[in-house]
Design a protein around this ligand. Structure first.
Ligand code: KG4
Ligand code: ZN
Length: 354
């Protein structure tokens, strides 16, 4: 089955073509094009939804065209209109699109484009939950060694959730953040340090030269009995600390970043290992933008090895951790619940339990 996938839930505009044979447990990536308006948001310290959606309106058709060209479904020099079914209809089986959660204006760009193309090309549509897409980035590429049951830690700019995955059709939400998401904590603390948005990758880079024990930041809810998280207290503690620092030199900033990063990772790792032990899982899957943090990947590996756990850890390649359409195509390939173009709507509040 070959799927054209579209993802526009936040500031990225992405299109991808993926394929999967029925008996295979992984998907083949034929193309994955991502256009970002990040440069515009780095100046404003965060995403302005209106700006993101306007850029996506400009990017969406060229990005889809490029994804089709790269997967040899559209001739590179062609002047044929993509939407003109009389002259063009790609050999795909369905169009998958992110329907939520996300920014409403951004979601609408992807959803309405997908509906138009599905109508014009007479193709079915597969609506996809963005959060589940992040998990399925783990099934892209080589033959998958993922065994069930699995714990998935989803850590992005808007979400921090632990899920138990018993099989492809059985997800149980175990817990999540009560306030800020892990990525949001990185971004907001980065803002205190005048780092451009998104601050996560910059904090990781600066932390390489710093001492994670230099500042004693709280590890909120680390020993709580549930699988919930809370990062707003850490943000407040970091803000208070900035008021006591007389001079911010390079070393202080690196120490600050290393200490903040360690506090966030300690909580994520502790809760993930705890849930993996409780449910005796065979695999731990990471997903979401924060999963591209190498320190998080290393600490999780190290702590899993030191524990009594017998689970293998899986992380998507870094370019598939942040938002992309390939992961949406991956989820759709495993759940080809096709519907008609007029049966789907964008839902910014969509969550796991919907
Ligand atoms: O999954 P994603 O691309 O978008 C959402 O669905 O939210 O995640 C973006 C988030 C941002 O908060 C960003 O700061 C964070 O992921 N992030 C990182 C790293 N790379 C991206 N956080 C920590 N370390 C990184 N290397
Ligand atoms: Zn995301």
């Amino acid at each position: 089955m070959k799927i054209l996938a579209i993802e526009t839930s936040c500031d990225e505009t992405s299109a991808s073509v993926v394929s999967k044979e029925p008996q295979e447990n992984h998907i083949k990536l034929l193309s994955n094009v991502v256009a970002s308006s990040l440069i515009l948001h780095s100046k404003t310290g965060g995403i302005i939804p209106e700006v993101a959606a306007r850029e996506q309106v400009k990017f969406i058709i060229p990005v889809i065209k490029q994804a089709l060209i790269e997967s040899s479904l559209y001739p590179p020099s062609s002047k044929i209109h993509l939407q003109s079914s009389a002259t063009y209809r790609p050999s795909i089986d369905a169009i998958a699109v992110t329907v939520g959660p996300g920014l409403i204006g951004s979601l609408l760009v992807g959803v309405e484009t997908a509906k138009t193309l599905a109508y014009s090309w007479s193709k079915p549509i597969i609506p996809v939950n963005h959060l589940l897409g992040h998990i399925y980035a783990n099934f892209i590429g080589e033959k998958s060694k993922i065994k069930f049951p699995a714990i998935t830690l989803l850590v992005s700019g808007g979400h921090t959730d632990l899920l138990l995955m018993k099989n492809h059709n059985n997800f149980k939400w175990l817990g999540g953040t009560r306030d800020d998401a892990a990525g949001e904590a990185f971004d907001k603390i980065g803002r205190l340090l005048n780092l451009p948005y998104p601050a996560g990758p910059k904090i990781e880079k600066l932390a390489e030269e710093g001492n994670p024990k230099a500042f004693n930041f709280p590890r909120p809810m680390i020993y709580s009995k549930d699988f919930d998280f809370s990062f707003s207290g850490l943000k407040t503690a970091a803000w208070r600390e900035t008021k006591t620092i007389k001079q911010f030199n390079n070393l202080t900033i690196s120490n600050f970043c290393a200490s903040v990063q360690k506090a966030i990772i300690d909580v994520l790792v502790k809760k993930t290992i705890k849930s993996a032990k409780e449910y005796k899982v065979k695999s731990i899957l990471l997903g979401g933008g924060v999963a591209s943090n190498q320190k998080l990947r290393n600490e999780l590996e190290l702590n899993a090895r030191r524990s009594t756990l017998n689970a293998e850890i899986f992380c998507p390649p870094k370019n598939l951790c942040t938002d992309n359409a390939a992961m949406i195509g991956a989820y759709a390939s495993f759940h080809p619940e096709k519907t008609s173009w007029n049966k789907i709507t964008a839902n910014p509040e969509l969550y796991f339990y919907d």
